[in-house]
Design a protein around this ligand. Structure first.
Ligand SMILES: *[C@@H]1O[C@H](CO)[C@@H](O)[C@H](O)[C@H]1NC(C)=O
Ligand SMILES: *[C@@H]1O[C@H](CO)[C@@H](O)[C@H](O)[C@H]1NC(C)=O
Ligand SMILES: *[C@@H]1O[C@H](CO)[C@@H](O)[C@H](O)[C@H]1NC(C)=O
Ligand SMILES: *[C@@H]1O[C@H](CO)[C@@H](O)[C@H](O)[C@H]1NC(C)=O
Ligand SMILES: *[C@@H]1O[C@H](CO)[C@@H](O)[C@H](O)[C@H]1NC(C)=O
Ligand SMILES: *[C@@H]1O[C@H](CO)[C@@H](O)[C@H](O)[C@H]1NC(C)=O
Ligand SMILES: *[C@@H]1O[C@H](CO)[C@@H](O)[C@H](O)[C@H]1NC(C)=O
Ligand SMILES: *[C@@H]1O[C@H](CO)[C@@H](O)[C@H](O)[C@H]1NC(C)=O
Ligand SMILES: *[C@@H]1O[C@H](CO)[C@@H](O)[C@H](O)[C@H]1NC(C)=O
Length: 330
């Protein structure tokens, strides 16, 4: 094809074609973006490899502030060789990312401070537009803290199932009431709402792997042994059925999906700072394949004319050829 062009086309035409195939900057709809917003080359933070669909910072894609190149909520902060992911409920340390099943393993830094009976004062929460869910590797541990029952209250966990751990609720004095730590599946009297007598109920996700066989009856585990589970953290998986077909197609063409701050799909981002309006990075920059360029020179009509006036004529000026048989035809 290239050889043929060399032989048959006059030099000017060739110059135009070369300019066009290198992506004549298009004013308006196709636009461009700051390509450094995309993690094109994986990098390592501590011992975690970071690559798309995770991203390192938001920017302004197509003028929309706080937009980014990656999936919603997957911004990674790398500080002192530690990777952090911010959820609605806080910043979590990333201990690993599996890119095959798009699963991330997180640890709440609050629970790794060496206390013998660690706990956290907040549940793990996501923002509504995030794609996270708990995969079946992860189960919930429930903390019922400082429970003060009435003596008449019989539908409640027995004294002996309480933990010997003393929690202090952030204050100076330890709480005096009883506290319980149950796997979600082991919570007794679920229908009675007995926990209304407790000061705090916290749900902490942990890995199923690493739990004792029968946590319910494991004294050591109840009395603080559970802390190793907290330190191992939990996994979150990404629900990829939230991905739009436009993003699928974009990725198949080696593009990256950009989203806005509320998780709306914004654009298909191609290498070199190019945005593909057709959500396909393989297609010609303007969405006009080469043969359409050739048609410009055979017949000036329809969208060819539109295309020529928009890209070819400006590029003729930009390469400073302003007196040519081609232009005098217009
Ligand atoms: C996460 O850390 C950043 C920077 O340290 C901070 O600005 C932000 O408020 C934290 N997010 C939450 C939910 O605590
Ligand atoms: C994802 O794969 C990793 C490594 O193969 C594994 O450790 C993890 O449990 C998997 N997670 C899920 C949710 O399948
Ligand atoms: C979790 O789900 C995977 C498939 O997604 C399945 O292969 C595995 O057996 C499940 N594990 C448990 C413990 O349910
Ligand atoms: C259970 O513990 C509470 C508070 O520690 C105590 O008042 C109560 O007598 C105990 N009940 C039994 C049956 O041991
Ligand atoms: C944590 O979640 C549980 C279950 O959804 C809820 O009952 C509890 O009130 C929540 N705790 C806090 C502190 O929000
Ligand atoms: C994933 O998202 C789809 C579409 O919103 C939803 O129907 C499905 O229940 C979600 N799957 C999981 C595991 O959360
Ligand atoms: C994000 O994108 C969605 C879908 O395109 C749109 O509805 C929403 O207004 C956008 N949000 C912002 C803050 O731009
Ligand atoms: C971009 O931002 C504008 C408002 O500034 C909003 O109306 C529009 O929906 C946003 N577009 C996308 C795709 O997020
Ligand atoms: C992208 O465009 C090219 C060229 O037009 C086409 O061959 C390819 O099938 C398209 N890719 C997708 C994923 O639609």
């Amino acid at each position: 094809m290239d050889l043929l062009l060399h032989r048959r086309l006059p030099p000017l035409l060739l110059a135009v074609l070369v300019a066009a195939s290198h992506g004549v900057p298009s004013s308006g709809d196709d636009g461009g973006y700051d390509a450094s917003l995309c993690v094109w080359e994986p990098y390592t933070c501590g011992n975690v490899i970071i690559r798309y669909p995770f991203y390192s910072r938001p920017g302004a894609l197509l003028g929309n502030t706080s937009s980014y190149c990656g999936y919603p909520g997957l911004e990674i902060q790398c500080e002192d060789g530690k990777a952090f992911l911010e959820l609605e409920s806080g910043n979590y340390t990333v201990s690993s990312i599996d890119y095959d099943n798009l699963t991330v393993q997180l640890v709440d830094p609050e629970v790794v401070d060496g206390r013998s009976c660690p706990w956290t004062d907040h549940n793990v929460t996501f923002r509504s537009f995030e794609w996270f869910y708990y995969p079946n590797t992860t189960v919930d541990l429930l903390f019922f803290l400082n429970c003060n029952f009435l003596s008449s209250d019989l539908t409640r966990p027995s004294n002996s199932s309480s933990t010997a751990c003393k929690f202090d609720g952030g204050g100076q004095q330890p709480w005096l009431g009883m506290s319980f730590v149950f796997l979600e599946q082991d919570v007794p009297f679920r229908e009675t709402n007995w926990w209304r007598y407790c000061s705090v109920v916290i749900e902490v996700p942990v890995l199923r792997f690493g739990l004792p066989l029968d946590p319910q009856n494991d004294r050591t585990w109840k009395d603080g042994g559970y802390s190793s589970s907290l330190r191992d953290g939990f996994q979150l998986a990404l629900n990829q059925s939230q991905k739009l077909p436009a993003c699928d197609q974009c990725e198949l063409s080696k593009g990256r999906c950009g989203y806005n701050q509320t998780g709306g799909f914004m654009a298909c981002l191609c290498s070199g700072g190019r945005v593909s309006a057709a959500n396909n990075c393989t297609a010609e920059p303007s969405g006009k394949p080469l043969y359409k360029l050739l048609c410009c020179f055979s017949k000036f009509s329809g969208d060819c004319w539109l295309f020529c006036s928009k890209f070819i004529v400006p590029s003729l000026f930009s390469i400073s050829i302003n007196r040519s048989p081609f232009l005098s035809m217009i």
